[in-house]
Structures are given as structure tokens and as C-alpha cells.
Design a protein around this ligand. Structure first.
Ligand code: SF4
Ligand code: SF4
Length: 347
């Protein structure tokens, strides 16, 4: 098994672009559209309730090429958030006193200004979340990152599909699990995951085409197993549904399971989960400064629908806080069962 795969973009795959993915999803015949489902719950149009989280995607470079990656990230991607966009994001964060900055990618550490982003956001009084793949902090030249995160009380949200090597490595690459455990030991040694201010949350997603199990029950099981097997502690386990976009959509198409999976998500529509979807309190910024309702819409090239505010350079809180959210069939991934968000289940 190769550790690194070519991204969809590198392979010039049919589904490399966001528009192609939206067109593919639109061809799936479902009993009702996502908008019909929202309407039946009294949630159409889906409206934001404010911007509590500014989520910035600082680029698509990553040291891994996980099979389910919704970003199609990897070492062959070149997109990096330029300085001007970064400054505009930090300015927006400060100007409107947005409570939380959520840094995602790719592997955010690989951004040359990652350390500065963390420092300036923390200085501005924002709670900072770092979406960490665990292996990047073990790379040469990044060994200072864990201590930096700890010194600024950055919350770490780290992906780990399963607490055993075979399942994790199948999805993320050979040897990733062993390195992830090494990184978790390092973070624990700094005080992360011990129930104090240094929050360490793990994210698990199904290794397959089923919905995640009960988050609370899985968390208790994982805590027991991670401690017993590896001596690792953490604070919360977030369960996340695999989004039927990008590399996971390609995976589904290869196996001719796209229709089956979308139907499963749509049939499991939960109005309570729909009411709590993360786009309602989050604003997402692409590496080039374009504004989106969430990181998934970002990968589908589906920007915010406001005619006036389209980029972080002209972003107005007044226009964005209670905006109507752009939705599509992929949104069933957020509303199936107990729901799914960057913070795990929602209902
Ligand atoms: S899922 Fe995360 S770690 Fe894996 S390739 Fe995508 S961005 Fe990188
Ligand atoms: S995919 Fe994005 S826009 Fe759709 S429900 Fe989920 S968070 Fe909201």
C-alpha cells in the first residue's frame, strides 16, 4: 500500500472540480430535494444566525492523501493562502471580534505563516482551533508547533478514523496510525487532552459507506481503548459523516455506490440536525479570499449567495450575519441521523 496517492486534480479526474461534483450529485434521483426537506421542517430558506466562527482554509497542501478527503489535499497541491488574504481574514476577525478562528486546510502547519496566524489571532482574544492531521507536527521543521499551540491554548481537533492501525492506515496511508499515536503522546506530554485548558479532540469518520454510531457511546469506548492500548488521553470524540464530495464521491462512484449512499443520507434526514448545521454560525474563507457558507461548499465552488459580499476583502458583517445559506444534495451529509459538523454530531 502506497502512503501517498495522486490527488484527483493530479490525475485530471472527472470529479476534480467543484462544478463537476455538483453536476454529479444533481444526477442522483432522490425522493425529495434537500430544500424540500428543509421546507418540511420550516427551515427554508436556511438562514445563518450570526458569525461566531471564522473558518479559514489556508491551503490544500498536505503531507497525506487520505482516501475520503473532501479537500482533495495532498503534497502535489500548490494552493496557499496569500499574505493579502491572510491579513484581510485577521482584520475581519479583529474588527468584528469574532469569538473563534478555526484554521483548516490541507495541513495548516504547512502554511509558511501558520505560527503568525496563531499568535495574532490569540493576541486578538480569539479562541483558536487548529485542525491537525497529527503526522504533520512530526515533520522536520515543524517540531516547535506543538509547544506553540500549547503556549497559546489552541484547541486541537485531530483526525483519527479508528483506534486500530489497519482501519486508519487503509483510509489515511500506511504508517499513519503509528505516527498519530506518537503525536498524541507528544501532545499529552504537553498537557493536552487531560481535561484542562489544553483541549484535544479526536475526530472519527466511518471507514465505509455507513453513518457514524452514537457519539457519546463511541467516546466512552474510545477513551477506554486509547488509554488501555496506547496510554493516550483526549477530551472529546467527534463523529463525522463522510461527505459525498471530492475523493469520497470518487470512491463511491468507482464502486457504483453513489446513489445508494446519497439515498441513505437523505432517508436519515433529521430536522433537529438540520436546525443545528454548522454553516448557521460559521463563515468559511477559501485560500483565495472567496467567502463560503462552509468548507464543503468551498470545495464544490458554491460561494455565499450575497450579491454584494463575495470575498473577505469586501466582507460586511451586516450582510453576512443573517445570510441565506447555499444548499444542495450534499447537505444531507450534515443532517443525517445525529447530524455531522466540524464539532461532531449536532442532535
Ligand atoms: S483528510 Fe486531512 S490529512 Fe487527509 S489529505 Fe485531507 S487535509 Fe490531509
Ligand atoms: S454542507 Fe455546508 S451548507 Fe450544507 S448543511 Fe452542511 S454546513 Fe450547511
Amino acid at each position: 500500500m502506497s502512503r501517498i496517492l495522486a490527488t484527483l486534480e493530479k490525475r485530471h479526474a472527472l470529479l476534480a472540480g467543484g462544478r463537476a461534483q455538483r453536476e454529479r450529485l444533481a444526477r442522483v434521483q432522490l425522493a425529495r430535494t434537500f430544500e424540500d426537506a428543509l421546507s418540511s421542517s420550516g427551515l427554508l430558506p436556511l438562514l445563518a444566525t450570526g458569525v461566531e466562527i471564522l473558518q479559514i482554509n489556508v491551503g490544500k497542501r498536505c503531507n497525506q492523501t487520505c482516501r475520503h478527503c473532501h479537500v482533495d489535499a495532498g503534497p502535489d497541491r500548490k494552493e496557499v493562502m496569500p499574505r493579502a488574504v491572510l491579513e484581510a481574514c485577521l482584520s475581519f476577525l479583529e474588527r468584528y471580534r469574532v469569538p473563534t478562528l478555526d484554521i483548516t486546510g490541507g495541513a495548516p502547519e504547512l502554511h509558511p505563516d501558520f505560527r503568525e496566524i496563531v499568535g495574532r489571532a490569540a493576541d486578538a482574544g480569539a479562541h483558536v482551533i487548529h485542525r491537525c492531521n497529527l503526522t504533520a507536527i512530526l515533520l522536520p521543521n515543524y517540531s516547535d508547533i506543538p509547544a506553540l499551540l500549547a503556549s497559546r491554548a489552541v484547541e486541537i481537533v485531530a483526525s483519527l478514523p479508528y483506534f486500530q492501525a489497519r482501519e486508519t492506515d487503509t483510509q489515511r496511508g500506511e504508517g499513519v496510525f503509528a505516527e498519530s499515536i506518537e503525536a498524541l503522546h507528544l501532545l499529552n506530554s504537553l498537557g493536552y487532552g487531560t481535561g484542562g485548558d489544553l483541549r484535544l479532540n479526536l475526530v472519527t469518520n466511518p471507514v465505509g459507506t455507513f453513518l457514524p454510531g452514537n457519539q457519546r457511546e463511541l467516546e466512552a469506548h474510545w477513551k477506554h481503548e486509547m488509554l488501555r492500548r496506547y496510554g493516550v488521553v483526549f477530551d472529546n470524540l467527534y463523529t463525522i459523516t463522510n461527505m459525498p464530495i471530492s475523493r469520497f464521491l470518487d470512491f463511491l462512484d468507482e464502486r457504483e455506490r453513489t446513489e445508494e449512499y446519497l439515498t441513505r443520507l437523505a432517508n436519515a434526514y433529521n430536522p433537529a440536525a438540520a436546525a443545528g448545521v454548522m454553516c448557521r454560525n460559521t463563515l468559511s474563507v477559501g485560500y483565495d479570499g472567496t467567502l463560503y457558507d462552509c468548507d464543503f461548499n468551498q470545495m464544490l465552488d458554491l460561494p455565499v449567495e450575497s450579491a454584494v459580499t463575495r470575498t473577505i476583502f469586501d466582507a460586511s458583517m451586516q450582510q453576512l450575519a443573517y445570510r441565506a445559506i447555499a444548499t444542495g444534495p450534499h447537505c444531507f451529509g450534515c443532517t443525517a441521523g445525529a447530524g455531522s459538523s466540524c464539532g461532531g454530531s449536532v442532535a
